[in-house]
Ligand binder design. Structure first.
Ligand code: G3P
Ligand code: CA
Length: 282
């Protein structure tokens, strides 16, 4: 057994169990918890009336039956939309292993079911995690931090405080971490809450980052799987510098193996059930 295989890799459900269920919906996160994911990843954006909602794209066009930028819509506008049907059309095959295929074409009458494919607020996701009955961590990614000049982080910390999650005793204790491609966004979070862990996301490896240094105070690197495949020596440098490494988005079995061999700390995947099973935890 290699050293890398001795530590337990955290399996993080990217946008929920988003291969099977519509991303960023309660349905996707419930499925991820049911599948045994250690943590849930979500992107957060601010609505026009100041609510943090879990939506990846700037606009709602791809993942709902509506149109427009999240930042230009109020929560009530978003709540009228269906964030589930698009997935059934795009990916109907993923439901074939189930006994019963959900009828995503029409909104269910039952308000509880309707909630499963409505816009998801971060507050509702925090409630789901609090009620999970086991420790489920949350990796929250701040989107559009520049446009709102600090408001995303401010609202995020207010919400985390309401759940008693804003000021963990130590970073290791924290079930929540904040991720961003923006060093400025992470800096704002750390300035307000120094013990809340932050993850610096990297899509490409620019020359100025190759020495393995991260923005001041950041202990976790979040490289893309492409960086991991192409620059394993960089991953080693990060590890040698004492950083944790959380990799996205790892869906292929050979990439899971690579992450295990390199001693990666967390795998962020659309397929938590498949990855857990490959790791012998399914
Ligand atoms: O987990 C990090 C990853 O989600 C970053 O990329 O575009 O999926 O938010 P994106
Ligand atoms: Ca993300």
């Amino acid at each position: 057994m290699t050293l890398a295989r001795q530590h337990r890799i955290q399996v993080v459900a990217h946008r929920g169990a988003s291969e099977e269920a519509p991303e960023h919906t309660l349905a996707a996160y419930k499925k991820a918890i049911e599948d045994g994911a250690d943590a849930l990843e979500c992107d957060v954006r601010l609505t026009a009336d100041g609510h943090l909602v879990c939506v990846h794209d700037r606009r709602v066009n791809r993942t709902s039956n509506g149109r427009g930028a999240v930042s230009a819509l109020e929560l009530a506008d978003l709540a009228a939309l269906d964030f589930g049907s698009w997935k059934a059309r795009d990916n109907r095959d993923s439901w074939k292993t189930r006994d019963e295929e959900p009828d995503w074409e029409h909104l269910p009458e039952d308000p509880e079911d309707r909630e499963d494919t409505s816009v998801l607020t971060l507050e509702r996701l925090l409630e789901l995690v609090a009620d999970a009955g086991r420790r489920v961590e949350l990796a929250i990614e701040t989107k559009h931090p520049t446009r709102w000049a600090g408001q995303v982080e401010e609202r995020l910390l207010v919400l985390l405080k309401r759940f008693g999650l804003d000021a963990p005793a130590t970073a290791a204790d924290s079930p929540v971490r904040v991720m961003s491609f923006s060093a400025r966004s992470l800096h704002r979070v750390r300035a307000a809450s120094p013990t809340l862990p932050t993850v610096y996301l990297l899509q490409f490896l620019s020359p100025r980052l190759r020495d393995g240094r991260l923005p001041a105070g950041v202990r976790i690197a979040g490289p893309s799987i492409r960086i991991v495949r192409n620059h394993p020596a960089y991953i080693e440098r990060l590890k040698n510098a004492g950083h944790q490494v959380h990799v996205w988005t790892v869906n292929e079995p050979e990439d899971v193996d690579l992450c295990v061999d390199l001693g990666i700390d967390a795998i962020i995947t659309n397929r938590p059930r498949a990855v857990l099973s490959q790791l012998g935890r399914g």
